[in-house]
Design a protein around this ligand. Structure first.
Ligand SMILES: Nc1nc2c(ncn2[C@@H]2O[C@H](COP(=O)(O)OP(=O)(O)OP(=O)(O)O)[C@@H](O)[C@H]2O)c(=O)[nH]1
Ligand SMILES: [Mg+2]
Length: 282
């Protein structure tokens, strides 16, 4: 039987742990069991029930307090993640204890982990060897996306993660509940962006150097070539947005295809009931 997993990634504070917690609550409403694995060795608190906690293996403080290592918080975190890759059998033991295999992996927020350090790739390869079908879920805070030049940097991080990991991938724009109504009106421009249009507008009246404009045009071309960078909106006060994201991810990892027909029917009925009778309070 395949096992299923979401690798929940994104920059610091983008809402990864909150996403996991909301997803667990949402799945409870659907009578689906979803477990969360905390992979953040610096996590202090999260409000989901945790199946596996990396801090039982190693914590950032261990790497910082060690007389020989003497890491600061950032190097310490990378050290912990590398330590995890040397102790995958520990993770395997813990994961083998559950039967309902739909697991959210709540990852740390250090961008280097996604862009060039091989740790996440090693994790992906290992989980795939353990029969996991994985979807990368990359979260970006909408506060940073809603301005074109910041948007380019958000997109580049999402893109390099996607290319680096080579697994099905979904980008999510979080914290829409915090956007002003004016910003919400221009949201569609960012969810499925035409970067040439966005950047032209941004640079039309700006005094940026021609070289900088040229660089941005080249980046826009490259991103359009991939044509894969779009975002699903997440408003944690709107259960439907959470459901849409879940459905999209389920489709990419083919969750449900191995269920018996009766189970599928029950699941569809549950999801319909749930959409009609929305008792979710975020
Ligand atoms: N209003 C609102 N606040 C949110 C949302 N998601 C997260 N937050 C808040 O943003 C802050 C960071 O959220 P976390 O879920 O801890 O973010 P994270 O990505 O796990 O952060 P790190 O693990 O430190 O990288 C917290 O104060 C959350 O309450 C959201 O959808 N709406
Ligand atoms: Mg977190």
């Amino acid at each position: 039987m395949p096992r299923y997993g979401q690798l929940v990634m994104g920059p610091a504070g983008s809402g990864k742990s909150t996403y996991c917690s909301n997803m667990v609550k949402h799945c409870e409403c659907l009578r689906r069991t979803v477990h969360v694995v905390n992979l953040d060795p610096a996590a202090e608190h999260f409000d989901y029930p945790v199946l596996v906690d990396i801090r039982e293996l190693i914590e950032v403080d261990d790497a910082m307090d060690d007389q020989d290592l003497r890491f600061g918080p950032n190097g310490g975190l990378i050290f912990c993640m590398e330590y995890l890759t040397q102790n995958f059998d520990w993770l395997q033991e813990q994961l083998d204890e559950v039967e309902d295999d739909y697991i959210l992996f709540d990852c740390p927020g250090q961008v280097e982990l996604y862009t060039h350090i091989p740790v996440m790739r090693q994790l992906v390869d290992t989980l795939q060897n353990w029969n996991f079908r994985l979807c990368g879920v990359f979260l970006v805070d909408s506060q940073f996306l809603i301005e074109s030049s910041k948007f380019v940097s958000g997109i580049l991080t999402a893109l390099s993660t996607m290319v680096n990991l080579e697994i099905p991938h979904v980008n999510v724009m979080t914290k829409l509940d915090l956007l002003s109504s004016k910003a919400k009106k221009s949201l569609d421009r960012y969810l499925e962006p035409d970067l040439h249009v966005l950047l032209n507008e941004e640079f039309e009246n700006s005094k940026s150097s021609p070289k900088f404009k040229k660089l941005n045009a080249a980046i826009a071309n490259m991103i359009d070539d991939y044509s894969l960078v779009k975002f699903l909106p997440l408003d944690q006060t709107d259960e439907e947005s959470i459901n849409d994201i879940l459905l999209q991810i389920d489709t990419t990892i083919q969750y449900g295809e191995d269920l018996e027909p009766q189970e599928v029917r029950e699941r569809e009925e549950d999801e319909e009931d749930n959409n009609v009778d929305s008792g979710f309070d975020g």
